[in-house]
Design a protein around this ligand. Structure first.
Ligand SMILES: [Zn+2]
Length: 267
């Protein structure tokens, strides 16, 4: 049975999202039974079309928080998941701001779209849910949306972690300890610390504090000022002894029993 991670974007933050250099479509985890789309931001459907990935077999959608670079294509993805809003099908997993609204954050996914999945799960940090052949556990974040959540996905080939948008908080160390793959949202390069997000130095600290480190880390959600992702990943690798690679539209990581295979669907 296969476990694959496929990226539909590598960028994030307002400026990068507007300019669409790196793409903002989020990423997917495909297992034997689960076709999970994580944070379908602007362009998710267009990128999938370019890469010839069908949206129709999507059976789970996860939106980590109520910012548009993470949610704008979520309703369309739900429409695909439900066969065009005809069948009650699939799972929607998100937080309170996205599903109910909170303060100035309106519910980004309409009640109409929330009525069509088979089940809607509103998760808070540490909440866990079994869907299809995976287990999902929400992780804590510290970000603009006070209820933002990250995700730890337990598959038959081990765990995949997703920090979502967050600044460095101590709980990240435990939350992602022992994952095989970590997708880390790093908006800025080294020495450019910014509130509510990770920069390269924060990722180094996080990885060095873990006692069971990931086999590979994918740097995701890079901002406009991250002009040389490869160089930045080399810097983080050198300081952690872990293989760090930048996300890219079409990047695919397949988990094998012993290791992983990196390829690109665009080649
Ligand atoms: Zn955000």
């Amino acid at each position: 049975m296969r476990v694959e991670i496929i990226f539909l974007g590598a960028g994030g933050g307002r400026w990068e999202t507007i300019s669409q250099n790196k793409g903002t479509g989020g990423f997917r985890i495909h297992t034997e039974k689960t076709k999970l789309h994580i944070d379908p931001g602007p362009g998710a459907l267009v990128r999938m079309n370019e890469l010839k990935i069908s949206p129709w077999n999507t059976n789970a959608v996860f939106v980590s928080h109520d910012h548009p670079d993470h949610y704008t294509d979520a309703e369309i993805m739900i429409e695909a998941m439900t066969g065009g809003m005809i069948k009650k099908r699939g799972y929607l997993i998100s937080n309170i701001s996205v599903l109910e609204g909170f303060g100035n954050y309106e519910n980004a996914i309409s009640k109409y779209h929330q009525s069509k999945p088979e089940k809607v799960y509103l998760l808070n940090p540490k909440d866990s849910v079994d869907i299809l052949d995976v287990n999902l556990t929400a992780t804590k974040t510290k970000h603009g949306d006070p209820f933002g959540i990250g995700l730890r996905v337990n598959t038959k080939k081990g765990d995949i972690g997703y920090t979502s948008d967050t600044e460095f908080i101590e709980s990240l160390v435990d939350d992602f300890n022992g994952v095989r793959v970590l997708v880390a949202n790093v908006v800025r390069k080294k020495n450019e610390r910014i509130k509510g997000h990770l920069c390269s130095n924060d990722l180094i600290d996080l990885l060095n504090e873990m006692n069971k480190k990931p086999e590979i880390v994918v740097m995701n959600h890079m901002g406009l000022k991250m002009t040389n992702p490869i160089k930045e990943c080399e810097y983080i690798s050198k300081n952690t002894d872990i293989n760090i690679i930048p996300a890219k539209i079409g990047l695919k990581i397949e988990l094998t029993e012993e290791s992983y295979i990196v390829s690109n669907l665009k080649n």
